[in-house]
Design a protein around this ligand. Structure first.
Ligand code: SAH
Length: 452
């Protein structure tokens, strides 16, 4: 019953937090910059002739391409795409993310998942589905919490499903999560292109698309995934909305430039809201489709989705940017050599989720982590740690994750839930609770819980 559910979540958190989890507890901080604190790259550019050649021949053949098509080709082209070829995460890569900074992050998300599973009535099956799992660090930290709380999960059958487009990263994830216990599928077009088992015997499967993941009660996670999906860019002009497209610079044939399409495109006519007030808009239609798929699955099979990313609530205009070697990088220069990203528009995701699911957030990362008990966790870790340099790392990773000037307020948490999760318990009906905001209901992370 929801009335005592907040207390149950607190118990879960306390059980996880009394332990310093492993010798490397919370020191996965390597001092690299995140995508937030960067100045423009001054490094000499490595030419990426094949991607540039591919794009210029495409443009010569069929005309300027949309920013979405540019981003899709650059990031996920099956042969030369940035995500397909690179391991971009970490100090030697192009950016670093919260799960890579501290394992506390994944532990708290693990507790969130368990509390939502409990809130759904502890179904017999729990599929953990992660979109864009990077190095597999978040999943690995979550599974460690699951092992610690095995008795809570009881007889539930738990499985891990990873949606990953990059063969390089999927191999790294397999190594981190299963050691050498995974195999690639025999045929290239199998929906499950790799499968394996964790040391604790939990099945892990890899897919290229969310559509291929089996149905069933699932908790979906997407951390810094939606920002990597292609966006369309639109510009308000005197003649109405026009799409921003990528063309070859007429003065330099090996350089690309942005131009505004002279006439409306299907996207400019359909993707911009009629009451839009901004002068420029970015719309991630692919992200919208994925959110619709998540919503449908949650309605039909139960479960929840937790989306964490940097973003805004429909207020920003121009957030498309590149990162290379932890520095900002011109998005059109040397395509394929740098990460491309755009802030997530949570108001758009909420609109695309529709009314069949409940949406919570976005709340800031600082709020979410504090609501999940990061401060208590830090106290336990610091109490158990006497090494001065580890203590320093713990404190700096905590600061990076929660400081409002660092990742604390740029990153947001947003959740899709089955409506039954927020339905009023029968006993309380008639007590005029209808007007209370859903934020007051105890969904962990989105509601403040008390820690003793
Ligand atoms: N979640 C991880 C990694 C973020 S980077 C973290 O926070 O550390 C983005 C991840 O999404 C990478 O794993 C990348 O390969 C994957 N990715 C990007 N576009 C994708 C797509 N269209 N389909 C599936 N995975 C994608």
């Amino acid at each position: 019953m929801r009335a005592c559910f907040g207390a149950k979540t607190q118990q879960l958190i306390s059980r996880v937090f009394i332990h310093p989890v492993g010798p490397s507890a919370a020191v996965r901080w390597r001092g690299a910059q995140s995508r937030l604190f960067c100045s423009p790259s001054t490094d000499e550019e490595k030419p990426q002739p094949s991607m540039l050649r591919h794009l210029t021949s495409k443009i010569k053949a069929t005309g300027p391409i949309t920013v979405a098509e540019y981003m899709r080709e650059v990031l996920t082209n099956p042969v030369t795409g940035y995500y397909v070829k690179n391991n971009m995460l970490g100090p030697e890569g192009d950016f670093i993310t919260s799960p890579e900074i501290s394992q506390i992050f994944g532990e708290l998300v693990g507790v969130w998942i368990l509390s939502e599973w409990m809130g759904a009535g502890q179904p017999k099956q729990l599929q953990l589905v992660e979109l864009g799992p990077g190095k597999g660090s978040l999943a690995s930290d979550i599974l460690r919490v699951f092992s610690q709380l095995r008795s809570v999960l009881g007889e539930a059958s738990v499985s891990l499903h990873l949606v990953e487009v990059s063969p390089v990263l999927s191999r790294l994830q397999a190594q981190n999560l299963t050691g050498n216990c995974s195999q690639e599928a025999d045929a290239e077009d199998e929906p499950v292109y790799r499968s394996g088992e964790t040391a604790a015997g939990l099945p892990v499967s890899w897919y290229r698309r969310l559509d291929d993941v089996p149905t069933g009660f699932s908790i979906f996670l997407a951390h810094e995934f939606f920002d990597a999906l292609p966006i369309h860019k639109f510009q308000r002009t005197e003649k109405g909305w026009r799409e921003v497209v990528v063309d070859i610079d007429p003065d330099k044939q090996d350089q690309l430039r942005f131009v505004v399409a002279p006439s409306p495109t299907l996207s400019s006519s359909t993707l911009v809201q009629a009451d839009e007030r901004r002068s420029q808009v970015e719309v991630c239609a692919e992200g919208g489709v994925i959110v619709q798929q998540l919503a449908r699955r949650i309605v039909e099979d139960g479960g929840a989705a937790l989306i964490a990313d940097y973003g805004h609530d429909g207020t920003k205009m121009d957030t498309f940017r590149g990162f290379k070697g932890h520095q900002l990088h011109d998005v059109l220069s040397s395509p394929g050599s740098a990460d491309l990203t755009a802030d997530v528009d949570f108001s758009y995701l909420r609109r695309m989720a529709g009314g069949d699911v409940a949406c919570l957030g976005p709340v800031t990362q600082r709020t979410f982590l504090k609501n999940m008990g990061i401060d208590s966790r830090m106290q336990v870790l610091l109490r158990n740690c006497s090494d001065p340099s580890t203590r320093k790392q713990l404190i700096s990773s905590y600061d990076m994750l929660t400081n409002p000037d660092k990742m604390g307020e740029r990153f947001h948490f947003f959740s899709l839930l089955h409506h039954s999760r927020l339905a009023k318990p029968k006993k309380l009906e008639g007590m005029k609770l209808e007007k209370k905001s859903p934020a007051l209901l105890p969904v962990a992370g989105f509601t403040r819980l008390k820690f003793s």
